[in-house]
Design a protein around this ligand. Sequence first.
Ligand SMILES: Nc1ncnc2c1ncn2[C@@H]1O[C@H](COP(=O)(O)OP(=O)(O)OP(=O)(O)O)[C@@H](O)[C@H]1O
Length: 624
Amino acid sequence: MEKKQFKAESKRLLEMMINSIYTQKEIFLRELISNASDAIDKIYYKALTDSTLVFDKDSYSIKVTADKEHRTLTIRDTGIGMTAEELENNLGVIAKSGSLAFKKEHASQDGHDLIGQFGVGFYSAFMVADEVTVTSRALGSTQAYKWESTGTEGYSIEPCEKADVGTEITLKIKENTEDESYDEFLEPYRLKSIIKKYSDFIRYPINMDVTTNRPKEGSETELEPHQEEQTINSMVPIWRKNKNELTAEDYEKFYAEKHYGFDKPIKHLHLSVEGAVTYQAILFIPETIPFDYYSKEFEKGLELYANGVLIMEKCSDLLPDHFSFVKGMVDSESLSLNISREMLQHDRQLKLIAKNIAGKIKSQLQSLLKDEREKYEKFYTSFGRQLKYGVYHEFGAQKEALQDLLLFHSSQEGQLVTLDEYVSRMPEDQKYIYYATGESIERIEKLPQTELVTDKGYELLYFTDDIDEFAIKMLMTYKDKEFKNVSSGDLGIETQENQTDQEKQENQELFDYMKAQLAGKVSNVRASQRLKKHPVCLSTDGEVTIEMEKILSAMPNNSHVKANKVLEINPQHEVFHSLKAAFENDKDKLNLYTTLLYHQALLIEGLPIQDPVEFTNDICKIMV
Ligand SMILES: Nc1ncnc2c1ncn2[C@@H]1O[C@H](COP(=O)(O)OP(=O)(O)OP(=O)(O)O)[C@@H](O)[C@H]1O
């Protein structure tokens, strides 16, 4: 059976091309400059195999000129140019990329790689221009040709004069409409910023005539306008430079120029990776926290370049959430771009890069923690919370990777400690990693529940962040040691029993009475094993602690999760004797004491008292 070729309605296709591929008009300049750079690169490639050609990098450049009066924008290059046939084939056939064909013919030998591959970028010029004129003279030819088009209406090609080899593309910029302004594409400052944004690392100079003011000759005060040619782009990307030639200041300058932050980064990472995936990256760990970091407005991500051309300003897929504080860029030749170069076609390479980067950031943080503790603590003060979120996130999928980066305040030396440091100095008889929760260190230090643990000389971790306990619950153990909240359950510490069975029985009756009195408020009343000096505290049975209840009930989707509260009474305290006496002789008094002790325990925990007036009246009652 005869196979037929698809036909395309070229006018419609071009219209779609011009209006549907790109989301931002400004990228037309990126596309035309990339083409110009490719055209110069082609001479370079040819020279590699053609001994009659000498490639002197300094004699090649790209020039962008805006003429407001005539509403034209010209992009001129000293590249390889196009013959009439090439103009016909490359600019007259949609989706035909001369650059891709060239690349296949001259396989890259030293990392120079052409940018063009889809054969559509050129047409983006029609997003901002009514008419495009291309004048080109091919290398080795004396005859030049002019290609002209108003877009969907077709094009014409005719011979013309051109003094030098290369291509000049002139756009007749559209008139403003009610919704769109095109004037910006004739403004030098705007053009400069587009060039800086997308094409800063094009290898050849991109020049513009810039008007500046200079002192008038013979006058010290008067200025006169003066036009000079300026190179707009930085050309050599810092990430392609040799690490050994760069100083800390170079990286700091790059950080500031790229507006990654106003601070000085704590650390930078310069990566040049080759293998399953090839990429270069410069990553920074900032010192100070962006004002919107812990808000919904904050957008994580790294700048993504393909072959030195900016593709995405914030590629979020490159960073896991727990490292969302990292700033920087990635440049890779191995990305499959989609046709608009605004997205990636499929993200296998990107996933590989992201995984690789996450590993590098982790090791960087580890070595910072090991070798530059002070800096790490500074970093941790700003971003530690994010690491703890990382431990908790996705049911602890990253907990193994992140647990050694965590720091907590501790009862020892008042310093931040790692879990490893804690465990390595645990006395042999210590069963658990103890922690206490509260809104501040000062408050935790005063918690009665900590008495027994600190009395034993055991170190205590202080959890002051909302996320702390949730993250630890996700970890469950560290080096086979379980975590234990000092306010919950059995602390696993042997205490001296000096009560007879009969005393225990009598006490139990008292506690049962008190429990009935506090029905619905606490699930139990019992003699405390954790109190030394204080008469009373609240503890919990089960997984949910009081701190967790507080946090969960403050959330917008209040889950009504309640902690199983237990009122613990210190049997060694004098108050206990008063309770016993009241139990024997005066139940009204016992009722009053029970309510008072319960309210005291709530206050110690930072929990609200339902009826503060009743509480103060109760205090008055015992005073009179
Ligand atoms: N300034 C130029 N000098 C020489 N050839 C050019 C120039 N501009 C475009 N061309 C030729 O026209 C072809 C089509 O350009 P176009 O920008 O549409 O696609 P591309 O650059 O190949 O691919 P992409 O769509 O990925 O940018 C190029 O491949 C190149 O052969």
